[in-house]
Design a protein around this ligand. Structure first.
Ligand code: 3EB
Length: 338
């Protein structure tokens, strides 16, 4: 599926089919083998590809000319409208102190770098963040590591004066292998519009039973680009209100997740200029906790969306131990007036 709108597009590229690097804003390599890079790839996310392993280079296509830059170890590349950035930090470089765990510190450092970097550019609106952290559901000093991550992330937003409540970027947070926190992101010159899901309490308002600091993300963000509007849907799961529903039932969780996706697209259309987003032409990443559930999830997702939706299937831990599936999506619609 190739949308006819040129400003921004997502797709998987392979080394077998060399693509014009002049058309790629940035790419990230998913898969087991961190050695297999595409020349456009900024780095690796250590998450297995389903069903057969291998690697997927997930690329953002955009119109050049591009300008590349760095800020400490953070790498970025931008055109006139959007900036793509990538940072990977090693927890071992942040020994725990009495105040903060390694993961809390590394999350704070990664986000401080992101804010520092985008403040040196005109792309100061954080639109979308992708977070990958090792051993996401493991406990550290009696608290789940994901919750340590949430403290460091929110601290950085507060310190750098970025909105951590309404107006937060869309995001996802998954478990990965290795010892690095990997965060990549998109930021923009113009301000995105945040979208929430009325079936769910906004994540930034989750009660403290999910940790001392709420995760700061919006359910989706909308961005106007020349000739098109784009939609970044956050990791979406089987959550109603603030509660996980359908414990231990991957099919019911998948069905609930699909309903949540439908609602987020509906809500996005209410806030969009054109209102032409549909769930029939999304680019999705589906994260499945247990590889054994692959067939069940594929069959429900395919039944729901048909074949127009381009899906990358990945196996990952999800940020609540009872969640078995999470789906994120990118959508687009033509906007001739912009
Ligand atoms: C949820 O809805 C599931 O911490 O950035 C989804 C998307 C989830 C993003 C994040 C977490 C994040 O709460 C988890």
């Amino acid at each position: 599926m190739t949308p006819p709108f040129p400003s921004l597009n997502l797709g998987n590229v392979s080394e077998d089919h060399p693509v014009n690097l002049d058309n790629i804003l940035g790419a990230v390599t998913y898969g087991n083998d961190g050695t297999d890079f595409h020349p456009a790839s900024f780095g690796a996310v250590s998450i297995p590809v389903l069903p057969k392993g291998g690697v997927v280079h997930s690329a953002w296509f955009a119109k050049g000319p591009f300008v590349s830059g760095s800020y400490g170890s953070l790498q970025f590349r931008h055109n006139e409208n959007v900036l793509f950035g990538f940072i990977a930090l090693n927890e071992k470089d942040f020994p725990p102190t009495g105040e903060a765990s390694s993961l809390q510190q590394v999350a704070y450092a990664a986000y401080s770098s992101i804010f520092g970097a985008i403040k040196t550019t005109p792309f100061r609106n954080l639109v979308r963040c992708w977070n990958y952290l090792p051993r996401i559901n493991e406990a550290d000093s009696g608290m789940e590591r994901y919750r340590h991550f949430n403290i460091g992330r929110q601290d950085a937003f507060i310190r750098d004066n970025f909105s951590y409540l309404a107006g937060s970027p869309s995001a996802c947070a998954l478990g990965s292998a290795g010892s690095q926190l990997v965060v990549y992101f998109m930021s923009s010159r113009s301000e995105p519009i945040a979208v929430e899901n009325p079936r769910q309490i906004s994540a930034y308002n989750y009660p403290s039973i999910y940790g001392p600091r709420s995760p700061n993300f919006s359910r989706a963000t909308l961005l106007q680009l020349p000739g098109m509007e784009v939609l970044f849907i956050s990791g979406t799961a089987s959550i109603i209100g603030h509660k996980t529903v359908h414990h231990s039932d991957v099919e019911a969780q998948t069905a609930e997740t699909l309903r949540n996706l439908e609602i987020v697209v509906e809500q996005s259309n209410l806030k969009s200029r054109v209102g032409g987003f549909t769930t029939r032409n999304l680019f999705m990443k589906v994260f499945i906790r247990h590889a054994k559930d692959f067939e069940k999830v594929v069959s429900l997702v395919r039944k729901h969306f048909g074949d127009a939706t381009e899906v990358t299937w990945l196996q990952a831990d999800i940020c609540r131990s009872e969640l078995l599936v999470e789906i994120e999506a990118f959508g687009f619609c033509e906007d001739v007036a912009s």
